[in-house]
Design a protein around this ligand. Sequence first.
Ligand code: PLP
Length: 407
Amino acid sequence: MPTSSFNVASTAVPCPVVESLDAILPEEPLLMMGAGPVPIPAAVAKANTIVINHLGATMVKVISQVKTMARYVFQTHSKWVLGVAGPGSAAMEMAISNLAWEGTRVLSIKNGFFSGRMAEMGRRVGAQVSVLEVADRSVATLEQIADAIRRERPEIVTIVQGETSNTVWNYQLKDIAALAKAAGALVIVDAVCTLSTMPLAMDAWGIDAVITGGQKGLSSIPGVSLIAFSDAAWERVKGRTAPNAHWCLDASLAENFWHNAGYHYTAPVSGVLALHEALRLVCAETLEKRFARHLKCSVALQEGVTALGLQLYAPKEYRLNSVVGIEVPPGLSPGDVCAHISRQHQVEISGSFGLPIVRIGQMGEQCREHNLFRTVHALGRTMVDLGVKVDLPAGVAALERGLSGGK
Ligand SMILES: *Cc1c(COP(=O)(O)O)cnc(C)c1O
């Protein structure tokens, strides 16, 4: 008598009973006003529901348009634009692991948590990494950077445009890139937070690799990222003798998919379609108008928060506009504030890796007037609820003045 070799009753791991997403997710989605992910436009959300053949003619057309639009957003004529299945960190690792290897001299300008990550990635591929440590809440002077370049003779310099963790903006990026270039180094810029929220001109500034994620300035979904290499960087990628140990991140293999309509790994098609729509909306808006919207909204937010009676974390001169850091009043923790504003007001904001601040993002869809009013109100009310004296009407009024151009 034949018996089934698979006895259902013998499953060692019992079938679990879990709640459906409908039971888990809040009835009204939380307003995502933290340091990312950010709200996505309807067109991006819709694209993210579609699955198509990753190697078909439609995908080839989509990829071609993604590259064309990305060149505009990166401000580069370079052919070497590629997507990455993975977070912004995967794009960072793609830049580092393709351009640096055993013994490569890398100078990492470290303003905080994220710029330090590139140094760590450099060490992990065996590079000889020197770190220019910059004090919290400040930027390195051009002199300090020139000294470090003279001392370390780096083949690669890594730097972040906007250090999301402590909300510092490397406002001299163009001059820093020029210093590195003059010394013959390639420049890798982390623009995960900032791309499409403020000017970055890859070609004009002489940058060799720019990295971005989906879920920040571009207002797409997390998990699909973009990278652009200059011709000089691409030459280095192609000239290396030992292959990249990260097979998935090997730019030469990724070229098969992103430039030759061939197979590398199965691309996250839905996420690429979402990214296509996010980029299309950037192009429809134009970079000029998008930068102006981000600037206006972020400055108005900063004025609103200040008028509440709260302190901003970064000094004005190099304060990042894409993410605003706010000091948490004495007696409260960032966790208290984030939990209360989420629970009571359905607004999500972020803490920051042990710093005594909360952060409100101004990236993509976060820079909409209605989102700002709701956020400033929720923040002010949260402070009142938690026993901090703030002037809520003054905060909302300052926000309105900022948004309507001071009238
Ligand atoms: C968010 C962020 C990253 C990391 O992006 P992930 O998608 O979380 O990997 C890197 N750099 C900066 C500046 C960021 O803001």
